[in-house]
Design a protein around this ligand. Sequence first.
Ligand code: KIV
Ligand code: ZN
Length: 504
Amino acid sequence: MKNNRIIVFDTTLRDGEQSPGASLNIKEKVQIALQLERLGVDIIEAGFPVSSPVQFDSVEACSAEVRDTIVCGLARTLEKDITSAYNALKGAAHARIHTFIATSRVHMEHKLHKKPEEVLKLAVEAVRLAKSYVDDVEFSGEDAFRSDPGFLKEVVAATIEAGAGTINIPDTVGYAIPNEFGAFIRDIMENVPNVNDAVISVHCHNDLGLAVSNSLMAIQNGARQVEVAVNGLGERAGNASLEEIVMAVNVRKDFLNYETGINTKEIYRTSQLVSNLSGIRVQPNKAIVGANAFAHESGIHVDGLLKMRSTYEIMTPESIGLIDMKIVMGRHSGKHGFKQRLKDLGYTLSDSDLDVAFERFLDVADKKKEVFDEDLAAIVEDEIHSVPEFYKLDYFHISSGSSTIPTSTVRMKVGNEVKQESAWGDGPVDATYRAINAIVDIPITLGEYSLRAVTEGTEAMGEVSLKIIINDGIVITGRGASTDILEASAKAYVDGLNKIKFKM
Ligand code: KIV
Ligand code: ZN
């Protein structure tokens, strides 16, 4: 690999999924993994296998589907973690185990209750164990940036010696300032004797809004892997944003002179897919992929742009694949056209999922004259997001108006039984949810409820996202889409109930 080639390690499915409010099921994770492969990332961190059966299954499923890109599983330095990561990655064409332990004083003393020499020993043993399973091992010193530099360098040297091919230096709490972080990486590059036997990686969090700047500084000081997430997802304020780092390197080649393996034309599609499936919307003014990133409002700007695009545009929308996303579909587009458009949008469905999604598409196309990309995304999300249907909405009737007490009658399948209840409420949605509560009889509270029109116009599909709080404080998300917002509301609630039932 050329010395100016930057390895892109994507952690959207692991750290990104730790974003508050993000929830992805296994099918959704596989969709994202396949799109990340198309985007050209070098490594996909697919999850933390030991942490739950769903995490294990997700890493296993991504390993089975992704063929060209390295799939990585996270593990603490514990034997059970590393073995679990190995088992989840068994089907991968290229597997990496990423093991980590905290190296900062505050973490070692207060979280791990371990002395530095114990941490060093655990790190070395973990790398050796991982190395006995797979060739490609990465080690991270969690909270590395706040670690004693002398101790950290000792750990880096020892884990390289033990066989780690990549050493990651995380700024776990997003505390670093760019030139300070650059100097921190340079110190490692210059003073760890065997540093050239490994790739030095960085993993920057965005608590001070500096994750991208810190990562770029690290690159300029010798790091050759960046850990990033699409749309900057991740714990708290998120990770360094993939699209911002890649486009900075791309647009400022004159200054930065590095390359990545990313096909930048897949950036916009990847961002949309992650946003749609995770339920975390991209802020409009987000660099590169926000709705306003290429929108020019002021007259002076528009005038300049019309005369010469480079007056106010440092990169083209086309360079991130933001072109012709507005193809309108209808009933007559046919299944082939439907499948192709989904592929263009980054969705690769199995034949059975495609059949179900196509039926929904025909249904929507009957109700709406024109079906836009956003509608297609909502349809697919609705279908592939769905969990097994123990509870199934069969029928509902709502009576509401300015001078009526809103009442709702709901009939549902509950396992093999059919149940029906009526209730009144503050509004039609409240009445429907009360009727559903009367049927399922599970003690729950509705947390957030949000309704979004997927496209413009009165015949737009509505998408409802909500949070249900179970008795023990666990929060479950539900989602539903329909051209009828009351149906979307009921579907989202039932989706949440099914997740509670199947503990997803
Ligand atoms: O932020 C962090 O330190 C991490 C590690 C597990 C790499 O996510
Ligand atoms: Zn992290």
